[in-house]
Design a protein around this ligand. Sequence first.
Ligand code: PLP
Length: 352
Amino acid sequence: MSVLDLARPDIRALAPYSSARMEAQGGTVLLNANESSRPPNIPGGEGLNRYPDPQPPALVASLAELYGCDPDRVLATRGSDEAIDLLVRAFCRAGQDAVLVSPPTFGMYAVCARIQGAAVIESPLDASGALDADTLLSAVSPAVKLVFVCTPNNPTGNLVGVDVLDRLARELAGRAVLVVDEAYAEFSGTASAVSLIDAYDYVAVLRTLSKAWSLAGARVGALVARPDVIGLLRRIIPPYPLPSPCVDAALGALSYEGRRVQRHHLNEILAERARMFAELARVPGVREVLPSHANFLAVRFDDAPGTYRRLLAAGVVVRDITKYPGLGDALRITVGTGNENDRVLAVLGAGA
Ligand SMILES: *Cc1c(COP(=O)(O)O)cnc(C)c1O
C-alpha cells in the first residue's frame, strides 16, 4: 500500500506535458523553446526572454533548508493556494471522492474541492475552537482522500498540538492524506509537522512565503511531502509555475540579509500582537479577543457589523468573518505596524 494508491488512477497513468526546458538542459545556443533571443527593453529585463526553470534548484534547496527537509521532498508552487488545488485534483475523483475540513477554517480547501467536483465533509472545531481528534476521525468516510488541518488556524488563530497531528497522521495512514497547512507557522514558534513526514507517508505540509516573509505579491509557496507525492503533483503542475522575477524575489528574501530583516519584522509583529491582544480586550464593545498564534486577531464585538463600518469609514479595512460558524460576532484584524494598530485602537475608542 502506497500513498499513490489513494490518487486518481487517470492522473497516475497520465503522460505529463514535456516542456522544452525539461527535455534539454545545458547548451548556450537556445533554439528549442521558441523564445526570443533578445531580452525585452525594460528595467530588469535581462533573462526574461527565457522560460524559467520549472523547479529552480536554488529556490528548492533554500526552501528545503528553511523547512528542515531534503530537497526531493519540496515542490515549489505559485503560493500554497496552488498546492491545495494540485492535491485536490490529484487525489479526488469528481463525483466520488471527498475532502474533510474543520470549520471555521480557511475557505480555499472547500472552494478547490467544489471546483474539482469533490464533496466537502465538515467536522467542526469544538465550542472552544479546538480540534478534537476523535470528532475528526469519526467523520472520515472511505470517500475522504484529503484531510485539511490548518495550524495556526485561519481565522481563529488557534494551534493544533503536535500530539494531535501525530495521532491523526498515525490513524489516517493508508486511508487519507493529512494535509497540514502551516501558512502562519512562523508566528507560532512551535514545531513544524514537516518532521512527521519522516515517520508517516500520508502527510503533506503546506508552507508559504506570503505571510511571514512579506512576499504575498510574489506568489511563492511550497508543499513538503514524500518524493512520490511530489512526483505525482509534478505531473499536473503547469510547466512553468514560477515567474523568474518571483524566484529572484524569494531568493533575496531567503538570503542571509533577507533573513536578518525578516527576523526583525517577525519580532515586531509578535510584540504588536501581544500589545493589541491586551489593548483590544479593554476596548468598550469588545466581548473577547481570541488568543492567536498567527499575525491576526479574531475579535468578538457587541456590534461587529457596526464596528466594521466604523473602521471602514475611517479608512481601516478589516475582515468580516461573521459568516463563519461560531464567529457570528467576530472580525479578523491583521496585526499591522505600530501606527496602523494605533489607528484601529483610536477608531474603536480605546482608552476613551
Ligand atoms: C494566506 C493563506 C494561504 C495562502 O497562501 P498563498 O501562499 O499566498 O497562496 C494558505 N493557507 C492559509 C490558511 C492562509 O491563510
